[in-house]
Design a protein around this ligand. Structure first.
Ligand code: AMP
Ligand code: ZN
Length: 491
């Protein structure tokens, strides 16, 4: 199948083509570890996760690199404020970030073994800067090194700002700037007092933010690779500068084939900010008791290029959706594990679900049309529910349902099929209870009733509850809650 993705560089949807057949080099700009990541960041990381999962589902081997920006203006300011060493300051945020990825069921970047950190890749950055100086694309001034924007006539080709005409020769030292002009930006900053510093041919200093990503992406993915992604704020100047640095140094074009940018989310219709009180980190939502999969659903359910307006009401509704999915899966699992019952009219649910799966894939092929994909998913879930409800070809239908959830979980990452893995000792207790309740004098025998309740309560204390199905059908177990990273979630 052909996958079409909107490529910021081309300004249009394009067929996705990889340099090596069947393999994808994918670089995501990782978090700046000066604070816990917020849901805006996770909107971007979840969107990237969908892309990766989809490519893997389509049989690509994806090499996914995500850096950690652990030295830049913000991390240095934070460390100084808390009077800590840089690493001591960033470490808790690195650990928290990796935890948060797990909590949201975002696949961990898979190359290299550990997420590359800017502070551990300084020699590569220095080499790259040296190359740029050799090519006259960079110059040193008083211990700092700047990129000569005038040396790269295509500057502006990603952000479509036509900046080439406005080359000013003005220099900026800051990592982030909003100027609509092509200023010579900093590659290496001369060390200041109270700042971490590394030796370089230009004296003590530290890298600028933009060179970090050029150096790390090319080191792990080569000088030309397939996919590069971040939030829309990174288009300019960060990614524009990455292109200038990488293509300027290697002469290889394009540095990246497909650029995917995720639109920033709003909260209650406004830009998220600490001062407005609409700023959420993941832990804020978990502490309020929201299910991580509801959060994932909220962040994922709007197309990556469209405006997502995050609200707590929406999150609550996403929680309801997840519950419904859980219930459906749970029904399937229960009946899949039981002896067949009901009539045998041959629902052929499995075939219909295969068709649904193909349609979902087709929707995602169209620039990850997630709204359509989820609509198809819910339609299929409705069909499963109706079929199970009718007890049509019950066990076969249920098995097809289980398979469908396993497949869609791999794609959407909602983790529905993880919920009902039942520990064997609990199953044993359940069967014991069934036996007790199956006794012919159960309705009259207080002892047996007490025993049955005891068994149920014991199971309950382990965090599961017993669900009795229809009369004549065996009862089953359902997990009461999931525990996420110390946070209990009722479902
Ligand atoms: P940072 O930690 O600021 O470097 O950001 C990490 C990632 O989150 C980058 O890809 C940003 O573009 C992205 N990002 C930051 N704020 C938002 C937001 N409000 N909505 C979506 N993505 C965001
Ligand atoms: Zn970057």
């Amino acid at each position: 199948v052909n996958i079409f993705l909107f490529n910021t560089l081309a300004g249009k949807k394009e067929a996705f083509q990889t340099i090596d057949e069947g393999r994808v080099g994918f670089y995501s700009c990782g978090p700046t570890v000066y604070d816990y990541a917020h849901i805006g960041n996770f909107r971007t990381f979840v969107a990237q996760d969908l892309l990766r999962r989809f490519l893997e589902q389509q049989g690509y081997h994806v090499r996914h690199v995500m850096n950690l920006t652990d030295v830049d203006d913000k991390t240095i300011a934070g460390a100084n404020q808390e009077k800590k060493k840089l690493e001591e300051f960033t470490e808790p945020y690195v650990a928290a970030f990796q935890n948060d990825l797990n909590t949201l069921n975002i696949l961990q970047p898979n190359y290299p073994d550990k997420q590359p950190r800017a502070t551990q890749e300084i020699p590569e950055m220095i080499q790259l800067i040296q190359k740029l100086i050799q090519k006259n694309a960079a110059y040193e001034r008083e211990g700092s090194v700047y990129y000569r924007v005038a040396s790269f006539p295509e500057y502006g080709k990603l952000s479509k700002k036509d900046l080439g005409k406005n080359v000013t020769g003005v220099r900026v030292d800051v990592d982030e700037y909003e100027r609509e002009e092509a200023t010579d930006f900093v590659l290496w900053k001369k060390s200041k007092e109270n700042e971490p510093s590394w030796d370089s041919p230009w004296g003590g200093g530290r890298p600028g933010w933009h060179i970090e990503c050029s150096a790390m992406s090319m080191k792990y993915l080569g000088t030309s690779f397939d996919l590069h992604s971040g939030g829309e704020d990174l288009i300019f100047p960060h990614h524009e500068n990455e292109i200038a640095q990488s293509e300027g140094a290697t002469g290889r074009k394009p540095f990246v084939r497909h650029w995917i940018h995720v639109k920033h989310l709003l909260v209650d219709g406004e830009k998220m900010s600490k001062s407005k009180g609409n700023f959420f980190q993941l832990k804020d939502l978990l502490e309020k008791g929201y299910d991580p999969m509801a959060i994932r659903y909220s962040l994922l359910s709007v197309h990556y290029g469209a405006q997502l307006n995050f609200t707590l009401q929406g999150l609550k509704e996403a929680g309801e959706v997840i519950k419904k999915l859980d219930d459906c899966y749970f029904q399937c699992l229960t009946h899949a594990n039981r002896t067949p019952g009901g009539n045998k009219s041959g629902a052929q649910l499995g075939k219909k679900l295969d068709t649904a799966m193909n349609e979902i894939v087709n929707a995602l092929c169209d620039d990850l049309n997630i709204s359509k994909a989820l609509a198809l998913f819910h339609e299929a879930v409705g069909l499963i529910n109706r079929t199970i409800d009718e007890r049509t070809d019950l066990q076969n239908s249920a098995v097809s349902g289980v398979t469908f959830f396993n497949e869609t979980d791999r794609l959407f990452g909602f983790d529905i099929s993880k919920i009902a893995e039942t520990p064997s000792e609990l199953l044993h207790a359940l069967l014991q209870r069934e036996e007790v309740r199956g006794a012919s004098d159960f309705k009259q025998n207080k002892e047996l009733q007490k025993k049955s309740d005891e068994l149920r309560d014991n199971i309950g204390m382990r965090g599961w509850f017993v669900k009795d199905l229809r009369p004549g059908e065996p009862s089953t177990l359902k997990k009461k809650r999931r525990v996420w990273d110390g946070v209990q979630v009722n479902r």
